[in-house]
Design a protein around this ligand. Sequence first.
Ligand code: AMP
Length: 352
Amino acid sequence: MMIPPGETIGILGGGQLGRMLAKAAAQLGYRVHVFAPEADSVAAEVCARFTCAPWDDTRAMAEFAADCAVVTYEFENVPVAPLKALGNVPLHPNARALEVAQDRLNEKEFVEALGGRTAPYMAVDTREDLDEALVRIGSPGILKTRREGYDGKGQWRISYDHEAEGVSLSGQAMVFEGLVRFSAEFSVILARGQDGSVVFWDSAENVHEHGILARSTAPASAAVLAQVDEARALAKKVADALGYVGVAAFEFFATEQGPVFNEMAPRVHNSGHWTIEGAVTSQFENHIRAICGLPLGDTRLAATRVEMRNVIGDAAEDWAEVLSDPANHLHLYGKAAARPGRKMGHVTRLIF
Ligand code: AMP
């Protein structure tokens, strides 16, 4: 179904991804209504309407839906149950994509069933499970919460010696993963239209520091490029199986055995921020096009090389100095409170 420009797009979640989606929506002539529980949502600053309510306020959700021609999300931990209150308003990507991607175990099982390679893993609910996982999968490994972990939060590196010290298994569902030996990390970002057409951006090579994305560079190194086709084929299979509409990101480890799937995000992704200036059409614009039933734009690189670095925590920089290099594009998300590990902005550098 095509949603014509002029209509209102609803965005669930009020962070920087929503802010950049709202900008792209405005370019195409849409109005944006943000729904988020936090009063200081940075997406709300750049949208026409803002509903500030808890996720389970189904009355507020229904009123929000009544104002929207289509709804999308920028936050993958939106609870699925209250989304029933959206009624007949289309939700893209669909709730199934959200359900699969919200749970690391579901996600791995789903991808494995489609032939994807993952790190060895085991569900862990109790201390006994963890002991068994350490024996079966090996030490050290990484213990991750199945739900709600992000940017390295909710995960612990565990070894026999550590004896899982400091890790509480108080009823939280977890998954234990074997440590993957990788030569590089990269992401596959695709957009899938309502007609099932799929486009991919160049895969960026990603560097994480303390579990948080620090830098993305495109094109990636030869070691990564050799694995991109296989990773893309898997990502497309997952998107097709989910009947996915919109942008999705898949993170991979490049290993000697080939690409190992780590996790997917049913949304625009930090490792695709470089596409705003660095690709002919950005991930944000193509997401809006896809959910509104419009044709997808060209995803090719718009420079020889593109480098994106995140601005994290309270590292105050001299922004005029950053911009004194005309190759740099500065994006600040307008977050009031800087905290260690918080994503405050990013800088994209184009090299011709
Ligand atoms: P995640 O939250 O799962 O994306 O993990 C954040 C980062 O931790 C990844 O991008 C990797 O750098 C590292 N990491 C996560 N899982 C593994 C693993 N099984 N083996 C090796 N490194 C990992």
